[in-house]
Design a protein around this ligand. Sequence first.
Ligand code: UD1
Length: 418
Amino acid sequence: MEKLIIKGGIPLNGEIKISGAKNAALPILAASLLSKSPIQIGNIPHLQDVTTIVSLLGQMGVRITLDERSGIEVDSSHLESFQAPYELVRTMRASILVLGPLLSRFGKAEVSLPGGCAIGTRPVDQHLKGLQAMGAEIQIENGYIRAKAKKLYGATIVMDLVTVTGTENIMMAGTIAKGQTIIHNAAREPEVEDLANFLNILGAKIKGAGTATITIDGIDELGGGTYSVLPDRIETGTYLAAAIITRGKIKLKNSRPDLLESVLLKLEETGAIIDTGLDWIALDMQHQRPRAVNISTAPYPAFPTDMQAQMMAVNAVAYGTGIITETVFENRFMHVQELQRMGATISLKGNTAISTGCDQLHGAPVMATDLRASASLVLAGLAAKGETIINRIYHIDRGYECIEEKLAQLGAQIQRIP
Ligand code: UD1
């Protein structure tokens, strides 16, 4: 199994380009199931999760052509299978995103239940409740969600809680349902809006994406089109946190500062000097040690849970005490024990982590447990004295494109070994 070896203590310095957003690319690829016509999608990141959804679509009979320059061309005119098997869903829970499109266009879908994962139980009841309100018959059998409907009908759906992929599943299903669908308490994440923009290019009639109420007027069928995925705000935030923890100075190009307001404000509280343009963000730590920050995660536009682990690493070496409260997932503190092995002082009480910053973390062998937890260990390794060896890095490859190349470009000493 591959490992990353990091020799820490070098302030990051330089410029890199941010990749397309994983959490927009996945629903957009799933949404291409809704149309018979060819679709071109650009700015798709090279990630393991993208490979997984491409395999899933390929197994169903979708024809996918990869072109280094123009991106991915998807042709879903003929499908042979309507199933997302356990083997793929197990490795990527976002596979649930094919449920709404399959059911809406083909009237049937069979998707393995995702089950729990390292960060919590993660049920999909809101996805199912919404689709049932639109007329789907759903049964859970042998670990599979089996759904069918002659036709889906528009409905008014009030989500019991804010769910990103839940909102996306219902929104996709609504595009070619009969009549109007209204989603109240919808997720407002930029990736939900990006998916709506993509579907609207194909002819969908979606209004209000990016707000808590989304209205979808169903049409008979979607056409083809060309779209480019928005930049990854979590990748952006991770590199900014890496510059903070190493007291460095970096510039991120192909980024969208308008999508990161809550994150940038919090990063400024650490003492970072941040400058932004339309599509770039520069951060300078002026060689200073960061100050600890208090964070409470919540759905967009509040501070994202996907940046929580990285900020825990920053707090571990900061001046003062920082309190981090995780409100989105019940068990998202797996990185704490590994950070403690590198010398961090963190105490856990329920969904709150209290860190007292130390002068210096020390390199150690550590284990990545999930995607963002592994990012926090990379950050800690970049700041630590000596060598950090990160095991199980397949988690990182799910969500960070060429992480060691990009960090090396910023001057880090990082190496992947078999
Ligand atoms: C998405 C993101 C993930 C991010 C998360 C929260 C993608 C592919 N993944 O995941 O990176 O961490 O949003 O911002 O976009 N819940 C239920 N019932 C449901 C659905 C969700 O109880 O039917 C709960 C979950 O267990 C969790 C909370 O709602 O506690 C939010 O989860 P959700 O927004 O659905 O996360 P994902 O869409 O899976």
